[in-house]
Design a protein around this ligand. Sequence first.
Ligand code: UDX
Length: 449
Amino acid sequence: MNLCIVGTGYVGLVTAACFAEMGNNVVCVDVNQEIVEALNRGSIHIFEPGLEEIVQRNAEQGRLRFTTDLNEGLESSLFVMICVGTPSKPDGSCDLCYVHQVARDVGKNMTDYKVVVNKSTVPVGTADKVRALILEEQEARGVNIEFDVVSNPEFLKEGDAINDFMKPDRVVVGTDNVRVAELLKALYAPFARSRDKMIVMGVRSSEMTKYAANCMLATKISFINEIANICERVGADVNDVRQGIGSDQRIGRHFIYPGLGYGGSCFPKDVRALIDTAVSNGYEPSVLKAVDGLNMRQKRLLVDKITAYFADRGGIEGKTLALWGIAFKPNTDDIREAPALELIAELTAAGMRVQAFDPAAGDKAKEALTENSLVSIHPAQYDVLEGADVLAVATEWNQFRNPDFGRIKKTLKQPVIFDGRNLYGAEFLRRYELEYHCIGRVANASQVG
Ligand code: UDX
């Protein structure tokens, strides 16, 4: 099938590459000339394991092209997929200007029937708005060309996006039109071989499903973080509690790891956008507000622990923190809403120096933190320990899981680790005479690492 994908960001590029991989002809359109030229040379601008190889292979075999010209994409395509960004406005609502612009451009340029598929995360009612904008442009041209607008949200995790696209848990399609649903089923057949994986529903329910999924997952994280904070105060170990509750299948073992709060480009934004939708429709979303509020507090957790540690040791001003991990999670260079950024901002505002290392996000962090003279980003994991007082871990990259504790102990001025991801066991660290602060666990309880 022929597809036109608008937007070469995270969702657009993964979607384009995976559809091309299944033999479809894909034209990917982006307004950014530089990105398009780089993509046509086979070099990709986002960090996603396995993506570059698929892009290069399909480009070489002629199934994947990149252009700045929407008409080139529209010309022969039955499907037009909107995969552009929907950033947050300062009030938490979703900025739809890019989605609306694509809708207008499609209305201005289409010459035959199209299925317009919205993959961007958009508030309920956006598909109706897209339809209205296309109609408006057609009227202005004096034409009446048939089209359908479908909602088809993506559920890709950064760092594992190819796998999520190739083997989805489900493919959600929002449309009232049976014929269009069949077209989407055919398009997704190679990925969702079991027909049970295709879930067809109304457009508004589909738009809502994306928000409900992300908000449910964010709720799980804020919930376990709250339990961890209580555990810490009553002498319980959240690691044991997590396993104890996760064995109940209704709760499940996945996605209930406590930490420094959720970050990234989706959860914080989507929780706030759903709060905005609820409030503007006259409903007070108390659970969602609590989820968001707790997450903001959680991101400060290590700040409080580090400040408390230094309280009777001369304060944090003038001290140096070694920091492992800046990305909002492992296997990505994405630092959007990363807890590490909050940690750095708060500690340096109080006069502490931070020497940070991240296996992938170093360049982005350098760019984001150029103004902050108290932060330095280093290219090697153990370099940041030199001259540092204590060590903190903010991202659970694998290479931090089994580090050289002897070297940590020898290099730090004070043998203390603040672990925001519960990677280690206190008893094990005691052998190295390292003091250990983690989340939701008492330091002298039996810990399994
Ligand atoms: C998320 C959704 O998982 C995905 O389905 C959606 O399409 C986009 O948003 P992503 O933002 O890439 O994906 O990251 P994810 O792996 O879900 O992690 C989000 C955040 O939650 C990270 O900051 C992570 O550290 C945190 N998290 C995750 C926890 O704190 N505990 C957990 O148990 C799981």
